[in-house]
Design a protein. Structure first.
Lengths: 318, 280, 314
């Protein structure tokens, strides 16, 4: 179980702080796959990376993170070494490039384990079993990364990062660069890792909400560094409440929609820049429901169990 | 542009490197004017003199003024750097660019030539060429160095050109009906300027070092003075054994400082131009 | 308007370049006036190569491209061709030279295609098209590329093609770098232009975008066409096992994925075999020398397993 309270992660730039993640509170329960969605620049990747690999120019500004009741020292890169890979692991956005090109994959894994003081032989069986789980032959261990396709590398990184059964796995845009057929396979494999209890919980970061509909238990929508709405997958997809979520979902072209039948429309305007974000609701500039009250910070409204939105215009049980 | 200037002014390595190099440029320019003696090879006083009021850096075994030799030597070093390094940059740039941009058979041929030159030890080539020249001046030396130092630049520039050529804005210019020449001038060259600048600095330092190497093994200019020749003479006349530190140390130290300063500049510029390396 | 006939692009690979790798293998299709045709394929399908060959940025090694009844390789004057055929590339950020203001992409067109028009007259025209594609000229013009968003940059590239008054547009993955909330506006712009008579080859890996936008669809796999035809027919009644697999893999918010088996391992294709043979659940020794069969009016498929009813024989 991951609990994040009032987390603030800012980027230091010449002109000041960019508030990429600004006062974010949420939790990921055991046995849960939380989907984290939003547009580019909304802070979703910063959040995911900040929980594991927080280093400059990213700055920890405030908040608390607890994993299984234990406080995670995310602001201390060195102390996080004890947790990284063992308790919390990340598959980074460019995981395909994460493998060392000059090492055979087996040797590379050995080195990573040794650097953590773990004997390779003791996990060998697990490794081979996991490879089978993601549909990779054992011989990949004797291959160089260049001999693997993008999808294979992606699955390899997945196996490596979950080798020590971390409690929490963060998957950052892992399927964005993959073909649709590979994407489906990798997504199902990731979910399978959770169902088999290899990891207790997963944060799956993506810009593609329809992928989350396929695999997530709950979905969290971020906009401009803040949480807009959180709810069970069905609640978010079938009954979105935050105006941003609503507009985002209606702007999705999906197989089954043609312009001749229904002309979709996007969301006019741009997300605010986060150097000096506007006061109050960050979506107000693009929101059709905007009025004066939106200049104050939006309240957290609980609509039904598990389903909350940060918006003045959402009424409980409306 | 202003952003680059901002980072350039903030970068400590660049500032340090630039200060060192500028100091020696000024010394090379104005040193001969403030020195009491006008000819570095003239015997102006007694030999074996340690630094004093009359001889700021002492004298050689034969009574030549070391300071005068040093400032003239700096001049010739910068000359070699400018001409030799400039020439190498120019050749490397043209060939690398042509190979990368044109591709195909021309590319293969040019790169074969480059690779052959790259594996031949430059020093050996320099020795052979230099040894057969009856008369050698600093200019000839610079040209020889320039003509042998370009291959690695060619390879680097070719790689850079290939990468720039693949950018979509080059394709966009092409489908806008632009001629090849205009595409090169407006789309590719401007984006390579920072890179060319850095290549030149490296070649500059490299040419100075190559000249010192040649001088030291006795293939330096047959007339005039240079930092390498100073070192060669100092060693030849047992300056170290005789404890004439004022003769041995200054040329070596100056070379080290100039080349070190240039490398500092290069690293600093790399950080300025490459946002990922910028220190926050 | 544009016809692609037996188009191929082979690269020499292997030791001493003795083997040939076909990035595009004997592809034929056409795009009619005022039609959007989507060319759908995954990475490595050769879709971008086809687009670049149409734009004469890559030379084909076989076949030809015919534009308005003329083989494009025989058009000596490139400008003449680019006056009518234009392209937009995948990455809007890399489509602009970062050191110049964005106005330059328009100025370039005036210099090359319309040198007779005065600067004042031209800037009026530029403002007009920028407005036409739904952007505010005073907020956009005079800016540097990094000051604008991907969606704005991409739409300016459409405006650019409009200014040239091109008749045919190669749109290569033009939305893949854009966010969900802005990508649909770019698509709608394209559709409006098509209704005014522009022909578009819409290259994408995203089936939903293809379905939303195009009149006809071509499904490409490893350099070869698997199935093509009327968009609604191809999507509503997919015939080729590859098309079926693609459609089953696309994530939507309407239907949850079935747990059907997906083979991920593609081996080298044997010559004369169907390119999908090794990943195909139905693949066997009969999957050879495949040719296009007409399944229904404007719906063709290259698969030996498809019967007249559109079912597969095992």
């Amino acid at each position: 179980m991951l609990e994040v309270r009032n987390l603030k992660l800012y980027y230091r730039t010449l002109r000041g702080y960019v508030r990429a993640v600004d006062d974010v509170t949420f939790q990921v329960r055991d046995g849960e796959l939380l989907g984290l969605a939003g547009e580019s620049g909304c802070g979703k990747s910063t959040l995911g990376n900040g929980l594991v690999l927080l280093k400059p120019p990213m700055n920890f500004v405030g908040g608390e993170v607890q994993l299984d009741g234990e406080k995670l020292p995310i602001e201390d890169y060195e102390r996080m070494r004890d947790y990284r890979f063992k308790k919390v692991s990340i598959i980074p956005q460019y995981a395909m490039d994460a493998l060392n090109p000059t090492r055979k994959i087996g040797r590379y894994i050995e080195e990573i384990l040794e650097s953590r003081g773990i004997n390779f032989e003791s996990v060998r069986e697990t490794l081979i079993e996991r490879l089978r789980l993601v549909n990779l032959p054992e011989r990949v261990l004797r291959m160089y990364p260049i001999e693997l396709s993008g999808g294979m590398k992606q699955r390899m990184v997945m196996v490596i990062s979950t080798l020590l059964n971390p409690s929490l796995l963060i998957a950052d845009e892992v399927t964005s660069a993959l073909d649709v057929s590979t994407q489906k396979a990798v997504c199902l494999m990731i979910r399978n890792f959770k169902e088999l209890g290899i990891v207790k919980s997963i944060i799956f970061i993506t810009h593609d909400i329809s992928v989350l509909y396929q695999i997530a238990d709950r979905i969290m929508i971020m906009y401009a560094g803040k949480i807009a709405e959180v709810g069970k997958t069905a609640q978010i997809i079938q009954n979105p409440l935050h105006p941003y979520t609503k507009m985002l979902l209606t702007s999705l072209p999906e197989v089954g929609v043609r312009y001749t039948e229904r002309m979709l429309s996007g969301i006019p305007g741009q997300p605010p820049q986060l150097l000096e974000p506007p006061k109050g609701c960050r979506f107000k500039e693009r929101c059709p429901l905007r009025d004066k009250v939106c200049d104050k910070d939006p309240p957290l409204v609980e609509i039904e169990e598990d389903h909350v939105a940060y918006c003045w215009k959402v009424k409980p049980n409306a | 542009m202003s952003e680059i200037l901002f980072f350039a002014l903030r970068n400590k390595k660049l500032k340090a490197g630039l200060s060192i190099v500028l100091f020696f440029v000024l010394l090379g320019l104005f040193g001969p004017l403030i020195s009491k003696y006008k000819d570095p090879l003239e015997y102006v006083g007694p030999g074996y003199q340690p630094p004093s009021k009359d001889f700021w850096l002492g004298t050689t075994t034969f009574g030549q003024d070391v300071f005068t030799q040093l400032v003239y030597g700096i001049r010739s070093s910068f000359f070699v750097g400018l001409v030799g390094g400039g020439l190498a940059t120019l050749i490397g740039l043209s060939i690398g660019f042509l190979a990368g941009y044109r591709g195909g058979l021309l590319d293969e041929m040019l790169m074969m030539l480059t690779n052959i030159l790259l594996v031949i030890p430059t020093l050996a080539l320099l020795i052979i060429i230099a040894a057969y020249l009856p008369y050698r001046g600093v200019l000839i030396q610079s040209i020889i160095i320039g003509f042998t130092a370009w291959p690695w630049t060619t390879r680097a520039v070719r790689a850079q050109t290939l990468s720039l050529k693949a950018r979509e804005y080059v394709n966009l210019a092409r489908i806008s009906g632009r001629s090849t020449l205009k595409i090169i001038i407006y789309e590719i060259v401007p984006n390579m300027l920072s890179y060319v600048f850095m290549v030149f600095i490296l070649q500059f330092g490299g040419a100075i070092l190559a000249a010192v190497g040649l001088d030291f093994i006795g293939l330096g200019p047959t007339k005039g003075i240079s930092l390498g020749l100073m070192m060669q003479n100092a060693v030849l006349w047992n300056a170290i054994q005789l404890g004439m530190w004022w003769w041995v140390i200054p040329p070596g130290l100056v070379i080290t400082l100039i080349v070190g300063g240039l490398y500092f500049m290069n690293v600093g510029l790399d950080e300025v131009f490459n946002p990922r390396l910028r220190e926050m | 308007m544009l016809e692609v006939v037996n188009l191929s692009k082979a690269y020499n690979v292997g030791p001493l370049g003795k083997e040939k790798f076909y990035a595009v293998d004997n592809v034929s299709f056409h795009v009619a006036d005022g039609e959007i045709v989507s060319l759908i394929g995954e990475s490595g399908s050769g879709k971008t190569t086809i687009g670049k060959m149409i734009l004469r940025l890559i030379k084909p090694t076989g076949g030809k491209i015919i534009f308005n009844s003329v083989d494009i390789q025989s058009i000596k004057n490139r400008k003449e061709y680019y006056r009518l055929v234009q392209g937009i590339f995948q990455d809007p950020f890399s489509s602009y030279n970062p050191i110049f203001k964005i106005d330059r992409i328009f100025e370039m067109i005036r210099e090359e295609f319309y040198p007779a028009i005065t600067k004042e007259e031209w800037s009026k025209r530029v403002k007009k098209v920028v407005e036409d594609i739904g952007l505010n000229p005073s907020e956009i013009l005079g800016k540097f590329p990094h000051q604008l968003s991907g969606g704005q940059l991409q739409r300016l590239l459409i405006a650019r093609a409009l200014l040239i008054d091109a008749k045919f547009l190669v749109a290569d993955e033009i939305i893949s770098m854009l966010d969900a909330s802005t990508r649909i506006d770019v698509l709608n712009t394209l559709i409006k232009l098509k209704e005014k008579g522009l022909s578009v080859l819409f290259i994408t890996h995203d089936l939903s975008l293809g379905y939303y936008t195009s009149d006809r669809t071509i499904i490409l796999y490893r350099g070869s066409i698997m199935e093509y035809g009327d968009t609604v027919k191809v999507f509503k009644k997919p015939l080729h096992p590859y098309t079926k697999m693609l459609l089953e893999s696309v994530p939507t918010t309407q239907k949850v994925w079935s747990n059907s088996y997906i083979s991920l391992h593609g081996r080298n294709v044997l010559p004369s075999f169907c390119k999908f043979y090794d990943r195909c659940p139905l693949g066997d020794s009969t999957c050879k020398n495949v040719s296009f069969e007409k399944f229904e009016e404007s719906h063709f498929v290259a698969c030996v397993k498809v019967t007249g009813e559109g079912e597969h024989v095992a």
